[in-house]
Design a protein around this ligand. Structure first.
Ligand code: HAS
Length: 549
């Protein structure tokens, strides 16, 4: 396998850093909105100046779910490809900057319309709720900008392969490319509904919208979106954490296979978000639920690989007994501790996902705040804690600084604060959801109905958790600002692990993109063609737009 390069090129570092700064700015603003939401839902606090709950809920979801994640991921991936396959060419870097500015101006446009109360349609922007056209146009710019960045990565990877014929590409580059292929294929769905349905409708060019079609196109994008968030966390788990703990990666081929399985199975499954939606035949829901259970397999493979990595390392250090290896792990190193806590939370988070995907159980939890609890464990804990853990080496690597012991200690405290806050908030969301508390709703006692009154203590616990989490946001921002501008100058490693078996050579077939993309297209056509034709052919007249805020 080719020797990985040691450092990210300085010009690529700037590009990556620019993305990370926007991501953390989104975290600051979106996190503050989150704090306000939990306070409002406790029933003990009202927003001043007539600000709508739904305005801050939209701000929170868009900035954290869409902006923080997309910017962090693209910045991280630019750094990863530059580190492992060499400096970007001038052309690719220019494309990267064009993508960055398109995404940033799109975000500014969307944020303007949300903050001025003209787009309180939440992050899923379900029709027939209708936002100002500027909201959709801004989002379209973000998506197209991310494609431009994706093309920059593809071009760089293609150049590397041309000059390294017959070689397997470095793992992090392979993973970044897989994630961008997944993103490109799935975001075609959201681009289609935004460009062909929602923008003309919000501009008044069309009067009515096919609601079911727009939701179906949204979820064609919306579920793979969650794996677009998850895969960079898995990149850190597979390719970085083994090096951080001083061990080796369990298997390079297993990691690649897991990523290919995500590419294949994460897209044709959107109906598991629409299991209670009328207008889609139960047969097609069943097909997509089966495919959903397929996409659980690569996560189970990842759990296996992580356990194997940790146990092999512990045993190599002389650990004995069933769990003796746990004691050998570097608990005081925040680069390991934060992602590890993320992994731990993924066990209940993933279990919750399997419950959601089970058709009958979905009837109990759908549209309840249980689902909000589920995604705060998955994306807001597993993924985000891993991103924080990665920032502890990535930012100083890119800025030419080193993390001090004091900052490392603060990062450990930050992780604990996050875990405690999320246990309160997400735990009570799960319980309240089981008692029927709805999601996407402001505080209400529903005319003091006894059932709604049961939810109040859980909503207060959510506010307690939300407040603790906000302290966690302040802590991470202090650390990030320190690492970017104030930490002592020096060299920080971008850790990249070696495979346990150095002679292991991943099958070149895993990089046969024609084969994998062909299979992806075939699976999508099987899962979606008949239902979409049906949704279009048997469509009701469509709906006018509503502005209910
Ligand atoms: Fe989900 C709804 C099903 C994973 C995010 N999900 C959502 C929404 C979001 C979201 C944002 O089927 C709400 C969307 C909205 O606004 O309406 N989800 C699943 C399934 C999985 C899953 C089957 N979701 C995720 C991930 C997300 C995410 C990942 C973000 C990053 N989800 C659903 C369904 C709904 C849904 C339905 C719709 C519900 C409804 O009705 O609206 C699976 O991918 C989960 C598989 C994961 C595992 C866990 C493996 C564990 C690992 C950790 C190992 C630990 C180690 C450390 C090694 C099987 C890998 C241990 C060490 C020790 C010492 C113990």
């Amino acid at each position: 396998m080719a020797q990985p390069l040691e450092k990210v090129d300085r010009r690529d570092a700037k590009l990556a850093l620019a993305h990370l700064f926007v991501a953390f700015a989104a975290l600051a603003l979106g996190g503050f909105a989150g704090l306000l939401q939990t306070l409002v839902r406790s029933g003990k606090f009202e927003l001043p100046a007539g600000i709508s709950y739904y305005t801050i809920l939209t701000t929170h979801g868009v900035l954290l779910g869409l902006v923080l994640t997309t910017f962090f991921i693209i910045g991280f991936q630019f750094a990863a490809v530059s580190r492992t396959t060499g400096a970007l060419s001038d052309g690719s870097r220019r494309l990267g900057w064009i993508g960055f500015w398109m995404m940033t101006s799109g975000t500014a446009c969307t944020a303007f319309f949300i903050l001025t109360g003209q787009a309180s349609v939440l992050y899923t922007f379900y029709a027939p709720l209708q936002a100002h056209a500027g909201f959709y146009i801004g989002l379209a710019l973000v998506v197209v900008g991310s494609w431009v960045s994706g093309f920059a990565m593809f071009a760089h990877y293609a150049r590397w392969r041309k000059t390294h014929r017959g070689q397997v590409s470095p793992l992090l580059a392979f993973m970044s490319v897989t994630n961008m292929v997944l993103w490109l294929v799935c975001s075609l769905g959201v681009a289609a509904t935004v460009v062909f349905q929602l923008i003309p409708w919000s501009l008044g060019l069309t009067d009515r919208v096919n609601v079911l079609l727009s939701r179906t196109l949204f979820w064609y994008f919306g579920h793979p979106l969650v794996y677009f968030w998850l895969l960079p966390a898995y990149m850190v788990w597979y390719a970085v954490i083994p090096k951080v703990i001083g061990g080796k990666m369990f298997s390079d081929s297993l990691a690649r296979l897991a990523f290919i399985l995500f590419l294949l199975f994460s897209i044709p499954v959107g109906f598991h978000h629409q299991l209670l939606e009328p207008g889609i035949s139960p047969f097609w829901k069943y097909v997509q639920v089966v495919l959903t259970f397929m996409v659980i397999i690569p996560s189970l493979m990842t759990a296996f690989a992580m356990f194997a990595t940790f146990e092999s390392y512990g045993r190599s250090q002389g650990a004995t007994g069933l769990f003796g290896w746990l004691r050998k792990l570097p608990w005081s190193d925040a680069r390991f501790f934060a992602p590890f806590v993320g992994m731990l939370f993924f066990i209940p988070a993933g279990t919750g996902g399997i419950i959601n995907a089970s058709h009958q159980l979905n009837q109990v939890v759908h549209n309840t705040i249980w689902v909000t609890g589920h995604f705060h464990l998955t994306v807001a804990t597993t993924v985000v804690l891993t991103f924080f853990g990665a920032s502890y080496w990535l930012i100083p690597h890119l800025t030419g600084r080193v993390m001090t012991k004091a900052m490392n200690r603060l990062a450990i405290i930050q992780t604990i604060v996050w875990a405690v806050g999320m246990t309160f908030m997400s735990g009570s969301m799960h319980f309240a959801g089981l008692l029927g508390a709805p999601r996407r709703s402001a505080f209400s006692t529903y005319g003091n109905s006894p059932q709604a009154l049961e939810w109040i203590p859980y909503q207060i616990a959510q506010a307690v958790g939300g407040t603790i989490l906000f302290i966690g946001i302040i802590l991470i921002l202090v650390i990030v600002i320190n690492l970017a501008f104030f930490a002592p100058k020096g060299e920080t490693e971008f850790p990249v692990a070696e495979a346990a078996a150095p002679y292991e050579r991943a099958a070149l077939a895993l990089e046969n993109w024609k084969l994998w993309i062909g299979l992806v297209v075939a699976l999508i056509l099987i899962a979606y063609t008949v239902p979409i034709v049906d949704i279009i052919q048997n469509a009701p007249p469509g709906s006018k737009g509503y502005k209910l805020w």
